[in-house]
Design a protein around this ligand. Structure first.
Ligand code: SAH
Length: 500
């Protein structure tokens, strides 16, 4: 299995910069061991005008079969299938292996990170990619419809089954050459396209597809998959047609698309915070007072493992990280853009190992249950519920209070009664373009009491910001505490001892 990436350059911008971007020096041939064999990186050509890096994967078929069997399903495979396992095209053609090798060997390049020469990373460059033998189910037409919408010009030639017998027709392999002129794609984007689309064309994974593949797909698909015309085929094939995963991915992509489309990206969230702090009476901005109120409530609850649901750009996560009593902090957001900003703010890629172990950022939608969110001490939803349509609130309620079920849940939301006190806010306007609703104290109180009642929580209300005698505080916070429900007390009763 073999692929090459070529770029061209000038004396001022030599093509050999590719070596910095890939973190592999053009003068050396290097080998990396991966779980399925050895990956070699070498440069057949390395001049200022033209530089080609080749990735060659030498698969160990025995390791492949052993690993495939060892995972999950026990060792009860039928013995007569053994030969078929050893004699197949996987070592030579499995694109999913090549994709795994790409992500292992070029992991920084895939994220457009370049430590040695940061100024090079994330800059578009002219690229040409060649895969001499690519299994392509769906043929040349599908190859085109996958790559062309992303800006590539595609040349695809079928490989005959046997050159000596042209009448046998074509194999399912093609020789693929992709080109993109300067100014369109970064190396990271190009690698992420290959990482997803090569296995999609092969349509056969060499490993069991687990739920975290959805995250990998969304991460690699950031910035292009949500709006790709073949998105549903890509998602379904990438996830080996496991429909529950495919559905989860499609739903999340839909939300990404909505979030990106309605302009409610970073700028607007930024503005929201600015707007609110501008209008806030000096000196402490409301966003800061909100964070202080949340931190105080978490301290009171004695929480150590905390979810920040709808974490946005990670300001609260950052504050939690500074306090050692928080041993595990998980930020969740549907917006990949917000998470990217958060990860930069936290300097996740430069964090020491011990710090890094305390924090995680996950992409996910709060409108769907998510097993990764179970078992935490507390969850914070700071200025999040009003970003969901009212009809989606029952889904969020179930995901948080029914499924994740942390001991403590903090929910903050604007108090719409207070809007008359914002001088810069025209009457009847909400505080932020993306707010789907803003509630009075009574509306929030009713919702919170019903949620608490349905899921076995108690609830108390805390004003945030100056509590106006007439219209109340600018922000309202509900503190939900899980009642020691029956199941919990039953678990506390030792086995065989019946409570009187
Ligand atoms: N908690 C932060 C950010 C609030 S802005 C703060 O207090 O400053 C609201 C955030 O909720 C945005 O980052 C938005 O992307 C996120 N969000 C909106 N709908 C979501 C959903 N369904 N699932 C997860 N996050 C969502």
């Amino acid at each position: 299995m073999f692929l090459t990436v070529t770029t061209t350059g000038t004396p001022e911008r030599p093509a050999t910069d590719l070596g910095f971007l890939l973190h592999k020096h053009p003068d050396n041939a290097q080998a990396f061991s991966t779980s399925y064999g050895t990956a070699h990186v070498l440069y057949p050509e390395a001049t200022a005008e033209r530089c080609t890096a080749a990735l060659l994967l030498e698969v160990d078929p025995i390791a492949l079969v052993r690993r495939g069997k060892g995972k999950g399903k026990g060792q009860g495979g039928a013995p007569d299938a053994a030969l078929a396992q050893y004699v197949n095209d996987r070592p030579y053609a499995a694109s999913s292996l090549l994709a795994v090798a790409l992500s292992t060997v070029f992991s920084s390049a895939m994220r457009d990170v370049c430590k040695a020469r940061p100024e090079l990373a994330g800059r578009p460059l002219p690229l040409s990619v060649e895969v001499p033998a690519l299994p392509a189910r769906g043929g040349a037409a599908l190859v085109r419809s996958l790559f062309e919408p992303l800006g590539w010009s595609v040349s695809v030639e079928p490989v005959p089954l046997d050159v000596r017998f042209p009448e046998w027709g074509d194999s399912r392999y093609v020789r693929l050459v992709l080109d993109v002129p300067d100014g369109k794609l970064t190396l990271g984007e190009a690698l992420r396209h290959l990482y997803v689309l090569l296995p999609v064309l092969d349509d056969a994974k060499h490993y069991w597809v687990s739920p975290d593949e959805v995250d990998k797909l969304l991460r690699a698909g950031e910035g292009w998959l949500a709006n790709h015309p073949e998105q549903s085929l890509i998602t379904s094939r990438y996830l080996s047609r496991r429909w529950s995963l495919t559905r989860a991915a499609s739903e999340r992509l839909e939300l990404v698309r909505l979030a990106d489309a309605d302009d409610s990206g970073i700028e607007e969230i930024d503005n929201a915070v600015d707007e609110e702090s501008d209008t806030e009476e000096a000196p402490v901005p409301l966003a800061v007072r909100r964070r202080e109120a949340i931190l105080a409530a978490l301290t009171e609850a004695g929480a150590a493992r905390v979810l920040d649901l709808g974490c946005g750009q990670g300001q609260l996560v950052q504050a939690l990280l500074k306090d050692v009593r928080y041993t595990e902090i998980v930020g969740v957001d549907v917006s990949m853009r917000a998470l990217t900003v958060a990860s930069r703010r936290l300097k996740l890629d430069r964090m020491g190992e011990r710090q890094a172990e305390r924090v995680k950022l996950l992409q996910g939608s709060l409108a769907y249950t998510d097993k990764r969110l179970k078992g935490y001490d507390a969850a914070v939803l700071s200025e999040v519920i009003e970003h969901l349509d009212v009809e989606r609130l029952p889904a969020l309620e179930y995901a948080v209070f029914g499924s994740a079920r942390p001991r403590t849940v903090l929910v903050t939301t604007p108090n719409v009664e207070y809007n008359v006190r914002w001088e810069s806010l025209p009457e009847g306007h909400s505080r932020h373009g993306d707010h789907r609703f803003e509630w009075t104290r009574e509306e929030f109180g009713t919702w919170a009491a019903e949620v608490a009642g349905r899921h076995g929580y108690g609830v108390q209300f805390v004003p945030v910001g100056d509590d106006d005698p007439e219209v109340g505080p600018p922000t309202q916070m509900a503190v939900f505490t899980r009642a020691a429900d029956r199941r919990d007390s039953a678990e506390e009763t030792p086995k065989g001892v019946r409570a009187a």
